[in-house]
Design a protein. Structure first.
Length: 244
């Protein structure tokens, strides 16, 4: 988990927090020695389709001896290689700036400049939305969408408890979900459930949106904010899929 404190924010304020975070995602990579100073920085940005599903990933890495470099395999290994995944920690731009300044004595480049280091794009296969659940939305809604955001790494019990507090998960919650929440915005209703998936250290966030409007801004903002909250708790996003 990053050193940035996470205060308990009601789920209803997620939309209000939109736009307060950088567009890029930052990671620190540490040696195998616990608590050792970070030896590198990784900066990433997902590319997305019009419905917010993932289509690709751009990334760049920085190390003191080589400077900036780009490799699609780096981002793949962050998610699939157990050793590198254990050494990578999601972080904030502020913390990445501190590490960069300590090594170089200079300011971390702004995000426009950082994007110029994205030289090796990693495509992520996408497909038309699968149908999961009823084809028609409930009465009073124009559209029903279901998204799944996949994450690598694991959560400690205290991190799950923190998410339950932030999202105001009811005591007892949903038996199949570790944490859940809901949001109502301009007549749109969004609910989400955090679950373990597979037999490895992986999690998914299932988000259902019932829309009375075109829902573009509400859905995009909510997916972004929920993903960032889970990054702040130590998970690494892998992809966003749509099921309806």
């Amino acid at each position: 988990m990053t050193t940035d404190p996470l205060r308990a924010v009601p789920a209803s304020t997620l939309i209000e927090l939109a736009g307060r975070r950088p567009a890029l995602d930052y990671y620190l990579v540490r040696p195998q020695v616990p608590a050792a100073q970070a030896e590198g920085i990784v900066v990433e940005e997902f590319t997305r389709d019009h419905d917010f599903t993932t289509t690709g990933l751009d990334s760049a890495g920085w190390t003191p001896d080589t400077g900036w470099w780009s490799s699609a395999s780096l981002s793949r290994d962050l998610r699939t290689d157990p050793e590198l995944r254990a050494r990578a920690t999601p972080t904030s731009r502020r913390e990445a700036e501190g590490i960069y300044r300590a090594w170089t004595g200079e300011h971390l480049p702004d995000e426009t400049a950082l994007r110029t280091y994205f030289l090796d794009h990693q495509p992520i296969a996408s497909a038309p939305p699968l149908r999961l659940g009823p084809a028609q939305p409930p009465a009073g809604f124009q559209e029903r969408r279901v998204y799944r955001v996949l994450f690598a790494k694991d959560l400690r019990p205290e991190q799950v408890a923190s998410l339950r507090a932030i999202w105001q998960t009811p005591v007892g919650g949903t038996s199949a979900a570790a944490a859940s929440g809901h949001l109502e915005q301009h007549g749109d209703q969004l609910t989400w459930d955090l679950r373990r998936v597979g037999h490895t250290l992986a999690w998914c966030l299932d988000v259902t949106a019932l829309l009375t409007t075109d829902g573009t801004e509400t859905v995009g903002t909510t997916l972004s904010q929920l993903t960032d909250v889970l990054r702040q708790h130590g998970l690494i996003p892998v992809t966003t899929e749509r099921f309806s």
